[in-house]
Design a protein around this ligand. Structure first.
Ligand SMILES: C[S@@+](CC[C@H](N)C(=O)[O-])C[C@H]1O[C@@H](n2cnc3c(N)ncnc32)[C@H](O)[C@@H]1O
Length: 214
C-alpha cells in the first residue's frame, strides 16, 4: 500500500536528473541472463496470441520475442533511437520519456498485448502509465510485466529499492489495481526451477476487463 501524500518520497530516485541524460548513450546489452531471457520468451509465446499487435514498452536493443511466433506488428517505445533501430524484432519505434509525459501516443484499444520487460522499476508515475496502458489495450488484451532483481539503482524509484522479489510482485499488482480496469491479475516467479543459480524472472500479468459488462 502507498500512503497518501507520500508519492515524492516513494517515487523519488537517487538520480533525479532528466532521463534523457542517462539514456543518451546506446547500451547494446541484455539485462538478464540467458535462462531468464528464455523464460520471458516462453511467457510471451504462452500468453500472447499469434498475429497480435504488441507494444514493447520501455524498449531497447532486444525484445526477447519468441522465435517463429507470428506477430502482426511489434512497436517499441523507449528512450534511445539507436538501441531500437538495432532491435531485430521491432517493426517501428517511438521515443518518449514517460516520466515527463505519461500520455501515450496511441489510439484507444489499439494493442492486443503490452509488455514491460525489466524496466517497471524506473517508472515515477506508474499508476498514470498503467491507466494509459489500459486505455490503449483492446478489451481482453493482455498486459505482461516482468522483472528480475537487477537494476540501475540510481534510476530505480525508492520504493522498488526498499523491497524484495515478493514485495515487487505485490507492488506491481497494486499498480494494476490502482490503475483500475485490469482483471485476472496474477504473478509469481516464472523460473523457480532454475533460479538460483540463474537470474530470477518474476511476472505479473492481467487482462483489460470489459467494463461495459458491469
Ligand atoms: C534495463 S533497460 C530494459 C530494456 C528492454 N525492455 C529489455 O528487456 O532489455 C530499461 C529501458 O527502460 C527505458 N526507459 C527508462 N526510463 C524511461 C522513461 N522515462 N521513458 C521511457 N522509457 C524509459 C529505457 O529506454 C531502457 O532501454
Amino acid at each position: 500500500m502507498i500512503p497518501a501524500g507520500s508519492q515524492g518520497q516513494y517515487f523519488g530516485r537517487q538520480d533525479e536528473s532528466n532521463d534523457e541524460f542517462f539514456y543518451s548513450q546506446p547500451r547494446r546489452v541484455v539485462h538478464i541472463d540467458d535462462n531468464a531471457i528464455e523464460t520471458v520468451s516462453a511467457v510471451f509465446r504462452d500468453f500472447i496470441p499469434s498475429d497480435s499487435v504488441v507494444l514493447d514498452f520501455m524498449s531497447s536493443w532486444r525484445s526477447h520475442w519468441p522465435y517463429g511466433h507470428l506477430k502482426r506488428r511489434l512497436v517499441g517505445l523507449g528512450m534511445n533511437a539507436e538501441e531500437m533501430l538495432d532491435n531485430p524484432d521491432l517493426d517501428e519505434y517511438v521515443i518518449q520519456n514517460v516520466n515527463d509525459d505519461p500520455v501515450l501516443p496511441f489510439d484507444d484499444e489499439y494493442f492486443d498485448a503490452v509488455v514491460i520487460t525489466v524496466s517497471v522499476q524506473y517508472l515515477t508515475q506508474p499508476v498514470a502509465v498503467f491507466k494509459e496502458i489500459n486505455r490503449i489495450l483492446k478489451t481482453g488484451g493482455i498486459f505482461i510485466v516482468s522483472f528480475s532483481n537487477r537494476m540501475f539503482p540510481t534510476k530505480a524509484v525508492n520504493i522498488w529499492r526498499s523491497l524484495d522479489g515478493a514485495g515487487h510482485l505485490d507492488l506491481v499488482s497494486s499498480y494494476m489495481e490502482y490503475a483500475e480496469g485490469f482483471g485476472d491479475v496474477k504473478g509469481g516467479l516464472a523460473n523457480a526451477k532454475d533460479s538460483p543459480p540463474h537470474d530470477p524472472l518474476y511476472v505479473v500479468m492481467g487482462n483489460k476487463m470489459d467494463v461495459s459488462a458491469e
